[in-house]
Ligand binder design. Structure first.
Ligand code: 2AM
Ligand code: CA
Ligand code: CA
Ligand code: CA
Length: 279
């Protein structure tokens, strides 16, 4: 199936801008908050509205394409990624930020072809920052080209991390151990923004050196990973090997050396059911 990438990319940017406006308007108002898998796994009417808007628009324009959106998956539903053109959407990445008013939230739209992201759009409407990246065409912030830093070792780095809201204590113990082994290095800054997509775009734009974490889903990492790689950065799994979008884990960094340095210090987190149970 042939896809006009430039046209689809422009369409994605338009959808992100329009729906970012909805997120921005709602950000400053009282919210209707529901919980999903656990008390800190939040969803609002804005998450649902924005996802519906975006999926409806894509369905109308590209009726044969596959769609994967966070809020369309509830309970123990499997997520399947095929080789078909697949749009991967997170209507609000950083829902807990959205609810509390911390300004790191993003509308995230990516297109995946043959299991590889071809473009990604991450729009933070609160900060007015639109990050975009398209295969072989570079990455941009509000239309200006961006590039990663050249940091090679952890000791000169600002590292971002994050973890899902799932209260799985076995998982959290591993997260703690990994954070500890990164923290044990001098001259390091660690930050957690509460949005995987926002954090990865910080690496793409040269504002931070690396991001790592586990238990995410394809909608958290597909679009941001092409923005990082097109800005000259690298993405991998937690072992420092090739990223699989379905494996729920990522390191993204400005250089290969830094990926390897981080991978050496942390222990990969096995996720027993990578695409099945949503927790
Ligand atoms: P969300 O805001 O779209 O849910 C926080 O470190 C990051 O983890 C965010 O990108 C957040 O995405 C994601 N996240 C939060 N809760 C999650 C959960 N239960 N499962 C997977 N990812 C989650
Ligand atoms: Ca969520
Ligand atoms: Ca998300
Ligand atoms: Ca979300």
């Amino acid at each position: 199936m042939k896809v006009d990438i430039d046209e689809a990319f422009a369409f994605a940017r338009k959808l992100a801008l329009e729906n970012g406006e909805i997120v921005k308007n709602a950000f400053h108002k009282p919210k209707n908050v529901d919980t999903k898998s656990n008390p800190s796994d939040l969803v609002t009417e804005t998450d649902r509205l924005v996802e519906k808007n975006i999926l409806d628009a894509i369905r109308a324009k590209y009726p044969t394409h596959k769609l994967i959106g966070e809020e369309s998956f509830v309970g123990p539903m499997s997520i399947t990624l095929t080789d078909e053109p697949t749009w991967v959407i997170d209507p609000i990445d950083g829902t807990s930020n959205f609810v509390t008013g911390f300004p790191y939230v993003a509308v995230v739209i990516g297109l995946v072809l043959k299991q590889e992201p071809v473009f990604g759009v991450v729009f933070n409407p609160i900060l007015g920052e639109m990050f975009t990246g398209c295969k072989d065409k570079g990455s941009f912030l509000n239309g200006e080209k961006i590039a990663v830093k050249s940091t090679k070792d952890i000791n000169n780095s600002v590292i971002l991390s994050g973890f899902s809201s799932g209260r799985n204590y076995e998982h959290l113990a591993k997260v703690r151990n990994n954070l500890e082994s990164v923290l044990m290095n001098p001259a390091i800054g660690i930050r957690m923004l509460g949005s995987t997509a926002c954090a990865m775009t910080m690496v793409a734009a040269g504002r931070a050196d690396a991001y790592f974490g586990a238990r995410f889903h394809i909608w958290d990492i597909a679009a941001p990973s092409i923005i990082v790689t097109e800005a000259g950065g690298v993405v991998s799994n937690l072992a420092g090997n090739e990223l699989n979008l379905m494996n729920r884990q990522i390191i993204s960094a400005c250089t290969n050396e830094l990926i390897n340095d981080i991978a050496r210090k942390i222990t990969p987190i096995e996720i027993p059911d990578p695409d099945g149970k949503l927790e």
